[in-house]
Design a protein around this ligand. Structure first.
Ligand SMILES: [Zn+2]
Ligand SMILES: [Zn+2]
Length: 284
């Protein structure tokens, strides 16, 4: 249990990375110790599986290592932290056969579904590395890229076996946050509404990703308007994830996320255990 002023919150962080993600900067032990120190109740380890880079990034071996380390840590931290085995599947449909190998490695608690890379014109890298800020990159190209991004998210939401749709609108973190391009996401309201309708129908949770909070971007992914739209459309399954790659970011932005969710009307949020959603009440 965490306490901030008069507000108490049970924190279940459903999205975190370790050294078993190539860009991770903490061990499973460091993650657990920091989570306990910060008063978290539950933590999911969700290392990267990016299908575009499946072989280059030694994916199967990394995830096997992650699974073994989480199993050891589960015993070590028993009674102090609920530790969950997750995985973050990106570009799942790019190579479904290999994705299935990962899906069958263990009995996961939670499967996150993400889009990190989109082929668009001459852009063939993860969008975290695209030159959205270059003088030669016009808004037309960025808008076209975002349209393709939403197409890929739609296909993933419709066709893959995931529990959580992660960081919807994440390219904005770079386009608007890093490069100040001021992209108006409401241009894609129709596409976003359709994606929300698909996840509601398929009982896939929407993640409120807090990794942009306290950075130059300083917004949730997705932001208030989209989370509210999801609620108004009847969506109630919602997870919160810090997407922490280092210990200090674990549980980041949970109070702010809880405030937003309560303001919209949510009475609880969710975490997953053995791929079944559980409720965490805001009213503790
Ligand atoms: Zn991600
Ligand atoms: Zn992540």
């Amino acid at each position: 249990m965490q306490t901030k002023g008069s507000v108490k919150l049970e924190v279940f962080d459903s999205h975190m990375h370790t050294y078993n993600s190539l860009d991770g900067g903490q061990t499973v032990d460091e993650l657990c110790e920091s989570a306990i120190e910060k008063g978290l109740t539950g933590a999911a380890v969700t290392d990267h599986v990016d299908m575009w880079f499946y072989n280059d990034e030694n994916t199967e071996e990394r995830i096997k290592k992650c699974i073994s380390q989480v199993n050891t840590a589960r015993e070590k931290y028993e009674n102090r932290l609920k530790l969950f085995q997750g995985v973050e599947m990106a570009e799942y449909l790019y190579s479904p056969k290999e994705a299935d190998i990962i899906m069958n490695l263990t009995d996961y608690d939670v499967i996150l579904g993400s889009v990190h890379s989109v082929f668009y014109e001459d852009w063939t890298d993860s969008y975290s590395r695209l030159p959205f800020g270059a003088e030669t990159t016009g808004m037309k190209k960025i808008t076209g890229f975002m349209s393709e991004y939403f197409t890929k998210v739609t296909e993933m939401a419709e066709k893959t076996d995931i529990d959580v749709l992660s960081h919807l609108t994440c390219p904005l973190r770079y386009i608007n946050g890093k490069f100040n391009r001021d992209m108006d996401i409401s241009l894609f309201n129709k596409e976003i509404e359709y994606i929300l309708s698909v996840i509601i129908e398929r009982k896939i949770a929407l993640e409120v990703n807090t990794s942009g909070i306290n950075t130059a971007f300083n917004e949730f992914m997705p932001g208030y308007d989209i989370v509210k739209k999801y609620y108004d459309m009847g969506g109630r399954l919602i997870t919160i994830g810090s997407d922490a790659h280092i210990s200090s970011n674990i549980g980041n932005g949970f109070y702010e996320a809880a405030e937003m969710l309560k303001d919209i009307g949510f009475e609880c949020y969710n975490y997953y255990e053995k791929r079944i959603s559980r409720e965490v009440s805001f009213d503790v």
